[in-house]
Ligand binder design. Structure first.
Ligand code: HEM
Length: 224
């Protein structure tokens, strides 16, 4: 199948899965902003996204998207290196005007996956998984649908606040480049539209990351 067999097909798969993940992040950041205003409102959403068939189906779909995106990134990176062959290390002068993020997408992706594993442990494991598996934590562990309490518990530990801020910075670099790179793969052409999509990508990624950061800052600094 050309989507998997050809280099352009694999790039299309990366772009489409990347855009789907950006849509998930948009939903997730919007949902988290509710925690800035209302504990009850936030927990209502968490309860809705709890251990039921549609939430589990969405989690499986999301996991599949992450795996596809990640595996394709490795294959494309491997092919690029192979194509450059012995010349891969011959050029020491980095080309000008190539953004730092574009040269480090794989490294940024690995940092994001590592942060995600920690994040899934902090929240998903203690919430959805605990509910599905019927696991009860120690006596002071909040109940699985009390997402608000898990946010409080996580960010009152400064080490998590620092790790999450670094993780979000890596995610910002990854998103800003990934956004317009996807648009380019999917056929945006012409300098004017290319620059417009680049700007839209910057603004959109910045808004999403600021929404996540607002939660980290509020619960790290201003929480009781
Ligand atoms: C301030 C930052 C964040 C907070 C407070 C937060 C909070 C949460 C909470 C409460 C859940 C559990 C929801 C549930 O199972 O009902 C969750 C799940 C999840 N979060 Fe986050 N999140 C944050 C940032 C992020 C970021 C930046 C990413 C991605 C890069 C991310 C990816 C995920 C994923 C993949 C899940 C599992 C979703 C599922 O079960 O379907 N989160 N998060």
């Amino acid at each position: 199948m050309w989507l998997i067999d050809s280099s352009i097909g694999r790039k299309v798969v990366m772009s489409v899965s990347g855009i789907a993940l950006i849509l998930f992040l948009t939903f997730h950041a919007s949902m988290n902003v509710v925690a800035l205003f209302s504990a009850e409102g936030y927990n209502m959403i968490c309860e809705f996204l709890g251990a039921n068939w549609y939430a589990v189906a969405a989690t499986i779909g999301l996991g599949a998207l992450v795996v596809v995106h990640f595996v394709m990134a490795f294959i494309l990176n491997y092919q690029n290196r192979k194509a450059r062959g012995n010349n891969a290390y011959a050029v020491t002068n980095k080309p000008e005007k190539v953004e730092w993020a574009s040269q480090n997408m794989l490294v940024l992706g690995i940092i994001i996956i590592l942060g995600m594993l920690l994040h899934l442990y902090n929240f998903w494991y203690n919430m959805m998984f605990a509910e599905l598996a019927g696991i009860a934590g120690p006596f002071d562990t909040p109940k699985p649908s009390d997402g608000y309490a898990f946010i409080e518990q996580t960010f009152k530990q400064p080490v998590y606040s620092v790790i999450y801020v670094l993780w979000l910075i890596a995610l910002w670099f990854h998103l800003t480049h990934g956004f317009w790179s996807a648009m380019q793969t999917l056929g945006v052409s012409g300098k004017i539209w290319f620059n417009r999509w680049k700007m839209i990508g910057y603004v959109f990624s910045t808004i999403i990351i600021l929404m996540f950061l607002a939660v980290v800052v509020k619960f790290s600094i201003f929480a009781a």
